[in-house]
Design a protein. Structure first.
Length: 255
């Protein structure tokens, strides 16, 4: 296959989905991953795509998520229920990591109840919420600023989280599926959350009922990477059995 034809196929694949992965393109186009990376570099320079960790995305798609202030208001009651359950997993003097999701953001006001917390985050809105809390030592990852999500990503942010060991990490997701695991919309954000979970003692997923049974572009990880799922309502017998089988603690109101 000629270089130009291969690059056209890459763009065709990208036009059909939010993102493409180097590993998938290498397999589908029968060339090395190094060749695919060179193709992506050339296509980025010509303005056809945006390279991200592990692959590439449509130009602009990394920053076209629903604005964080809009998402923060969605399912607000469910997120507050989850937050009230999640704070029971926190103890004074702990080091905790919080992702940039609006679900995890609902934890922030409740952290006043603890003494001498250390919080690591890549969420700008979470930083704004916690910056005046005298009981919180606040660390910000820095990195590539994603404007609509008001969060940091990229290599700098990944290195930041990999340099810490935390007591508990709170993340959210876009979808959770028995068949496909826990997913996010973008590889860049999924990669960062994987690193956050790899350097913590307790891994907690906050997930409202609307996320169950859904799958998004980037699968973050399987259920072996999570210790606890906290949600706003009983997800039903099938999910309870599924979590028991995978040794995941399930917490919801009234349990």
């Amino acid at each position: 296959m000629e270089t130009q034809e291969r690059r056209e196929k890459i763009l065709q694949a990208l036009s059909e989905q939010y993102s493409v992965k180097v590993t998938d393109l290498s397999r589908d186009l029968f060339v090395s991953e190094a060749t695919i990376r060179r193709d992506l570099e050339k296509l980025e320079k010509s303005g056809h795509l945006k390279r991200v960790y592990g692959g590439a995305m449509q130009v602009g798609s990394i920053d076209t998520e629903t604005p964080v202030d809009v998402r923060r208001r969605l399912n607000a009651q469910a997120k507050e229920k989850i937050a009230l359950l999640a704070i029971r997993e926190i103890r004074s003097s702990q080091v905790i990591a919080m992702d940039s999701s609006t679900t995890v953001m609902y934890l922030a006001p409740h952290l006043r109840a603890f003494d001498n917390l250390t919080v690591l985050t890549h969420g700008v809105k979470t930083i704004e919420e916690l910056q005046h809390f005298k009981n919180v030592n606040l660390y910000c990852s820095g990195g590539l600023m994603l404007r609509n999500s008001y969060s940091f990503a990229g290599e700098f942010a990944r290195r930041f989280f990999s340099s810490f060991c935390t007591d508990v990490t709170f993340i959210a997701c876009k979808g959770i599926s028995m068949e496909h695991g826990i997913s996010w919309a973008y590889d860049e954000e999924a990669a960062l959350r994987k690193i956050m979970l790899n350097s913590t003692k307790k891994r907690i997923l906050l997930c409202d009922a609307t996320k169950f049974g859904k799958t998004y572009t980037s699968t973050m990880f399987g259920f072996e990477s999570i210790d606890t799922v906290i949600t706003d309502k009983d997800p039903g017998d099938e999910w309870r059995t599924f979590f028991d089988k995978h040794h995941v603690d399930l917490i919801y109101p009234g349990k």
